[in-house]
Design a binder for this molecule. Structure first.
Ligand SMILES: *Cc1c(COP(=O)(O)O)cnc(C)c1O
Length: 352
């Protein structure tokens, strides 16, 4: 019997895209993974060609915003393997995020299965080595069950789709200018440490305001005292002192970036640098030599200037290129991701 192909499921060889010039936007790929939670258990997940989600008008996600997500990338390495970078940490973080929003955690093993299945099924959309592009993976889960009285829903859906994205920096990483925000992104004892859409919804106003004023990003301060550095809307800070020490802010309301945690490990164990995770006062930022923003999208975006209500803090590394230590960290992490450098045990998951 002839097998019925799901809508959009045709293998055509490598997709015909100008890989080095695609931007960070959604491009539909043929297959995604879906699993449903009902009657107290997660069902068998499966791939589907259907990119749409149909919900009841009273679904929990639409009323009380129960949603958490993740973001990671699959790469083609130098020797042609398709790999993902530390997806086990994304799985674990999504478990933590789900628990905080009273959602049933999606099992780590199933999460990794979903990553493998989606990347394998869309292998033609994984950009070739050397283009700087990658296949971005977006796992997420949300309340599908009906709720009108305020309480957690009893039904949920987990999905994981993929979309090819271009190199974050075309023609080299130019340092960005950020501003100290007048808004907070997270409340003390709130949800700043989990990856949830709700943290983004409330940061959009600050983001739009920063852009309207000519800044690339916001530096958010600690919500309780507004004196310590937290993070931007979607990336953690890393600072380098004039003595080449790596300093990264410690706070309970920062999202634990996998990129930042990886860079800090590499700084210590590969580059032999001293690393300190501690509170960083806004007043001491002017003393640092380099500053970068860490996240999956760019690995590190160098920061050249921080503007605090008219007071300009210009990092000595300048506005032309990354600082030297930042560049070393960037080269080491991207070398491991692309298979030109041996990474620590377990950091690379070979998919195909
Ligand atoms: C996702 C995210 C980051 C970056 O985390 P990575 O795991 O490195 O991609 C940083 N801050 C916030 C608020 C985030 O949502």
């Amino acid at each position: 019997m002839k097998q019925r192909l799901q809508k959009g499921c045709v293998s055509v060889g490598k997709a015909n895209l100008d890989w080095s010039n695609i931007d960070f936007s959604y491009r539909q790929t043929p297959q995604r993974y879906v699993a449903n939670y009902k009657d107290g258990a997660w069902g068998e997940g499966q791939l589907t060609g259907d990119s749409t989600v149909v919900l009841n008008e009273c679904a929990g996600i639409l009323q009380y915003c129960q949603e958490v997500f993740e973001g990671l990338k699959a790469y083609t390495t130098k020797n042609g393997d398709i790999v993902a970078f530390r997806p086990d940490l994304n799985a674990e973080r999504m478990v933590d995020s789900a628990k905080r929003l009273e959602m049933p955690p999606f099992p780590k093993e199933k999460f990794l299965e979903a990553v493998d299945a989606v990347v394998s099924a869309n292998a033609d959309w994984v950009p070739p080595y050397g283009t700087g592009a990658s296949l971005y993976l977006r796992p997420y889960m949300f309340a599908t069950g009906i709720v009108i009285g305020v309480k957690p829903a009893t039904e949920y859906q987990f999905r994981l789709f993929s979309t090819p994205v271009g190199p974050y920096f075309k023609g080299g990483a130019k340092p960005i200018t950020i501003c100290v925000s007048d808004f907070d992104r997270a409340a003390p004892q709130g949800t700043g440490h989990i990856k949830a859409g709700l943290n983004y919804a409330m940061s959009l106003h600050a983001y739009v305001a920063a852009h309207a004023n000519g800044f690339d990003e916001n530096m958010f301060l600690d919500p309780a005292t507004r004196t310590y550095v937290e993070e931007t809307g979607g990336a953690n800070f890393i600072f380098i002192t004039k003595d080449n020490e790596v300093v990264t802010p410690k706070s309970d309301s920062i999202l634990p970036s996998i990129t930042r945690r990886s860079l800090v490990y590499l700084a210590e164990h590969y580059l032999g640098l001293k690393v300190t995770e501690r509170r960083v006062a806004l007043s001491e930022v002017a003393d640092f030599a380099e500053c970068g923003l860490c996240g999956t999208a760019a690995v590190i975006s160098p920061v050249g200037k921080i503007v605090d209500h008219g007071r300009e803090i210009c990092l000595p590394s300048g506005m032309e290129k990354m600082g030297p230590i930042t560049q070393k960290l960037y080269d080491t992490l991207t070398g491991i991701q692309l298979g030109t450098m041996e990474g620590p045990e377990g950091w690379i998951r070979k998919i195909k």
